[in-house]
Design a binder for this molecule. Structure first.
Ligand code: FAD
Length: 402
């Protein structure tokens, strides 16, 4: 069986590796539109900004692909899927046949409807090319403005501030990282960034970005008319899944390429994984998770299905991390489904338990790796963990997970 994977990022490389580990003997073809060896994105807003070492980002060396007989094509963008003919066509007109096609096309940054956000001096961060450009400009900048108080904007803010660049984060909503974390964690990180010197403005939607020609600085104009100058302006307001290929081929798409519990699209010869895939979640609704965990666990799950033919339900515990300065935030489970939160730590919250109907659904920790690992173990277990059981264990998940 010839398996063709569109995209050559985190999910695609894991899938290729897992297919060989599971014993797939047929051809594996990896088609990626970026140049160079596949790389990890998380360090782009973290270590890479400091060290600038691109070699450390590489997911696997070229020898890995050769040894495992994985045909890797770079700078090749797939333009079309011909489902009846079981082949894809590249932008240059090359056709590549498949027996099974996997869409691992990831996501791209969403450009918000802010006038001037598409000006060429305004930067975004998604690829190694973006990161290299930003790193270069950061070294020449004195003031940075980041539009968007999510994970990537805040990770970058911590790096910029530490590099001696006066940094402002403008967030349209009332709190930081609101889509993914509890209010107590938003507060903790707001206090941390402010203490580090970063100006954090909440309820402060950017209305326009002005980039006057001949001026070194851009200006971010807020809805209330105030202006913030920055010689580096970054827009970090979330991502959009790359679904256009699937949509044009008539596959179901709704905030991601819709797949069933075994990660198959409505066409049994096409699957989707990673940031581009919308997967049945714990509450019976489809979810699209943008994380290394989702990309790699889905890839491993799909590899098993493609090799063994066994259709099991994909149900991994979601987990995520974000490094912001000296703080490591780790999240196990999904706090969005919680109806009650319980925080530990006095002035500086370091653990937040999320409960739904009295049962543990998420644990957010700050610099508490032991609690995080225990939370993943407990959430993966068959038995629901009640609030009473956590209280009885003195809120120490490590004791409960033994
Ligand atoms: P990607 O890794 O994005 O790979 C998709 C690839 O497909 C891309 O190279 C894309 O160009 C290519 N492609 C798209 N369309 C086509 C086409 N038509 N033809 C050919 N190729 C195509 N996650 C965490 O869990 N923790 C973190 O701390 C964290 N930090 C992050 C920091 C940054 C700056 C970024 C950008 C992401 C971060 N993430 C983090 C998210 C994580 O990197 C992604 O969830 C993960 O990369 C998803 O893997 P993927 O394979 O689905 O997509």
């Amino acid at each position: 069986m010839r398996i063709v994977i569109v995209g050559a990022g985190q999910a695609a490389v894991q899938l290729a590796a897992s297919l060989r580990q599971e014993g797939h003997e047929g051809e594996i073809v990896l088609l990626g539109d970026e140049p160079g060896l596949p790389y990890q994105r998380p360090p782009l807003s973290k270590a890479y900004m400091k060290e600038g070492d691109a070699d450390r980002l590489i997911l696997k060396p070229q020898s890995f692909f050769e040894k495992n007989r994985i045909e890797r094509r770079e700078s090749l963008r797939v333009k079309e899927i011909d489902r009846a003919g079981r082949q894809v066509t590249s932008e240059t007109g090359e056709t590549i046949a498949y027996d099974h096609l996997v869409l691992a096309t990831g996501a791209r940054n969403a450009r918000p409807p802010i006038e001037g956000a598409d000006h060429e001096s305004v930067v975004e961060l998604r690829t190694l090319a973006h990161a290299a450009d930003i790193r270069d400009r950061l070294a020449r900048s004195r003031r940075a403005v980041i539009v968007g108080g999510g994970f990537i904007g805040l990770e970058f803010a911590a790096m910029a501030e530490a590099a001696g660049v006066a940094t402002t984060v403008v967030e349209a909503g009332p709190r930081l990282m609101a889509r993914a974390v509890s209010p107590a964690i938003s507060e903790r990180f707001k206090a941390f960034h402010r203490a580090a010197g970063t100006e954090v403005l909440l309820d402060a939607p950017a209305a326009r970005i002005l980039a006057p020609t001949g001026s070194a600085a851009d200006r971010v104009v807020l809805a209330d008319g105030s202006e913030i100058m920055g010689d580096l302006v970054m827009v970090a307001t979330g991502v959009k899944p790359n679904v256009e290929l699937a949509e044009a081929a008539g596959l179901a798409v709704l905030n991601g390429i819709t797949v069933d519990e075994s990660l198959s699209t409505g066409d049994e010869t096409i699957s989707a994984i990673g940031d581009c895939a919308s997967v049945p979640g714990p509450l019976g609704i489809h979810l699209r998770l943008e994380s290394v965990q989702a990309a790699t666990d889905q890839a491993r799950h799909l590899a098993r299905r493609l090799v063994t033919g066994c259709r099991e339900t994909y149900q991994a515990v979601p987990w995520f991390w974000s490094d912001q300065g000296s703080l490591k935030l780790q999240i196990a489970g999904l706090s969005q489904g919680a109806d009650h939160f319980h925080s530990l730590g006095e002035e500086t919250v370091d653990t937040v338990f999320g409960f739904r109907a009295g049962t543990l659904v998420s644990v957010e920790t700050v610099n508490q790796p032991g609690q995080h690992m225990a939370a993943r173990k407990l959430l993966a277990g068959e038995t629901p963990i009640s609030r009473e059981a956590i209280e009885a264990a003195g809120f120490d998940l490590r004791a409960l997970a033994k």
